[in-house]
Design a protein around this ligand. Structure first.
Ligand SMILES: C[S@@+](CC[C@H](N)C(=O)[O-])C[C@H]1O[C@@H](n2cnc3c(N)ncnc32)[C@H](O)[C@@H]1O
Ligand code: SF4
Length: 495
């Protein structure tokens, strides 16, 4: 057992089961607030893709209403060495070098055109953070990555205080791991996000992760040795054949490494992933709703025991400390309404000038459009003031808490009033707490942050999700398979 732990081995499962019994979870389940992999939706955007329509570059880039100069950047690298069975994200397996080169040429073009369009409107802007995600950014060679990050540095003002994260796939330990990690470090990347998922070799094998538990540990230790002081570990549950004992082992190993934070993702099982077919054939291999709840309680108890805070957006456990990363992440979470998110790459979404939009999730189309000097905008929506308020509520609740005075200042004096019946309902179920001028998820509410936050979707968006939108018939399948956010069918509303 790791240092300073108060929980003895085997006690964690017993204690978590006892806590579930005492919590009367059935009351919340009966109200329709529940979580299962087939309907699970993660709430990191508002509204979801299905509520978006065709939109043009001119609509987005003329007459900037959102004058906020604080930006976060996301760079999407959709390449992987294989396909994990649970993955439903847009990704391309085993790309040729030519495909990667063409893509990088296109993304550099997108960065330059977008930067010009934005600075024409806002003047110089501040970059608070950059996240290279995927797919697997580690699929790029050292030279390809350096070329890409240098383009970003030439275009934008990046300071020592800009948080720069790269998502790392532990399979790099089989190939060029050290040289890649060293190159990130010298390129001033100051945060790594390691996709560990599990420290159990059998689970890694059956989900086709292409790395072992040992390689996950090695990646972490090598990153530390090279000098990375901010490392997040991603874990994923439920997976087929996962038991409480295996999950406890995974938690023990993860916390014993002492990362700055750990994110535990709840697996969404979507039709486009091969785990879906496995689920259809052998449902008994998948943990049931109670088990999944148990895994989450175990995680929370373990994190508490190790001195990590529970934050939202995802189930994110962070070790409190006094550095700019910690403070940055704390303050950003509160400012989701005005802060602008600029994403580059195929199949990424942006929030800019009160528009939320996607680029084409198809690299051929994406590259062709940029070759012609056009931004590869696919579908989007302009958020009215009412929708921006809903977005602030949805993402604010998901982040953990909302300041009522901030919402009233930004929108109107009565903006919270219309939510009173819903707020009372959620408070009655013990999911929300309203005190000292803030609305926050209770400890119980944190367990259902996604399900509680979507309660604040407007009627207008619910209608768009349930009805036929303007999608072209030829794009219906693409939208279905790419709609990785919530869909009305999977949601249960309290009112
Ligand atoms: C899009 S993936 C990219 C990370 C990287 N390619 C990797 O696998 O290490 C980001 C994170 O999403 C999570 N994830 C993947 N598939 C998921 C699913 N079906 N449901 C929920 N989370 C998932 C995983 O924990 C993963 O680390
Ligand atoms: S989970 Fe990550 S590595 Fe696996 S297929 Fe999806 S994006 Fe690629």
């Amino acid at each position: 057992m790791g240092n300073g732990s108060q929980i003895k081995k085997a006690d964690l499962i017993d204690k978590s089961m006892r806590l579930i019994k005492e919590s009367h979870i059935e009351k919340i389940w009966q109200a329709g607030i529940r979580r299962d992999s087939l309907n699970y939706h993660t709430t990191v955007m508002y509204p979801p893709l299905k509520a978006m329509s065709r939109i043009t570059e001119q609509q987005i880039y003329s007459d900037f209403q959102n004058r906020c100069k604080d930006f976060t950047l996301y760079v999407h690298i959709p390449f992987c060495s294989g396909k994990c069975t649970f993955c439903y994200f847009y990704q391309i397996e085993k790309p040729t070098n030519e495909k990667i080169t063409n893509y990088l040429d296109a993304i550099k073009k997108e960065i330059k055109i977008t930067k010009k369009r934005i600075t024409d409107q806002l003047g110089s802007i501040k970059i608070k953070s950059i996240f290279f995600g995927g797919g697997s950014p580690t699929a790029l060679s050292k030279t390809q990555f350096e070329d890409l990050i240098n383009t970003i540095k030439q275009q934008f003002n990046i300071s020592e205080k800009t948080e720069i994260t790269v998502e790392i796939h532990p399979e790099i330990m089989k190939y060029n791991g050290r040289s890649l990690l060293e190159s990130y470090f010298s390129s001033k990347v100051n945060r790594l996000n390691i996709g560990i998922q599990s420290f159990n070799d059998n689970l890694l094998k059956i989900t086709n992760r292409r790395h072992t538990a040992e390689e996950g540990i090695e990646t972490f230790e090598m990153a530390r040795e090279i000098g990375f002081h901010n490392i997040n570990i991603d874990l994923l549950y439920p997976l087929p054949d996962l038991t409480p004992e295996i999950w406890e082992e995974t938690l023990n190993t993860a916390f014993d490494l002492k990362p700055e934070s750990i994110t535990t993702y709840f697996t969404a099982i979507r039709k486009s992933s091969s785990i879906y077919r496995l689920f259809q054939k052998y449902p008994a291999r998948f943990p049931n709703e109670y088990m999944n709840h148990l895994f989450r309680i175990m995680t929370i108890e373990k994190a508490k025991d190790k001195g990590y805070d529970h934050r939202q957006l995802t189930d994110w456990f962070v070790k409190p400390r006094d550095d700019f990363h910690y403070n940055h992440q704390k303050s950003e979470a509160r400012r989701t309404e005005e802060i602008q998110l600029l994403s580059f790459g195929s199949g990424a979404f942006t929030y800019l000038n009160h528009f939320q939009f996607y680029t084409y999730p198809n690299i051929k189309k994406y590259c062709e459009m940029l070759k012609d000097g056009k931004l590869p905008i696919w579908r989007g929506i302009r958020l009215t003031k009412e929708e921006r308020l809903a977005r602030a509520m949805v993402l604010g609740i998901k982040s953990g808490d909302i300041s009522i005075s901030e919402i009233e200042k930004r929108f109107s004096k009565d903006s919270i009033k219309k939510y009173n019946p819903l707020l009372k309902n959620l408070e009655g179920l013990g999911l929300l707490e309203m005190r000292n001028g803030s609305i926050r998820l209770s400890e119980k509410g944190m367990l259902f942050a996604d399900e509680v936050s979507v309660q604040f979707i407007t009627e207008n968006i619910r209608n768009k999700l349930s009805g036929n939108n303007d999608c072209l018939e030829s794009e219906r399948d693409l939208i279905e398979s790419y709609n990785f956010m919530y869909d009305i069918n999977g949601l249960s509303f309290l009112q």
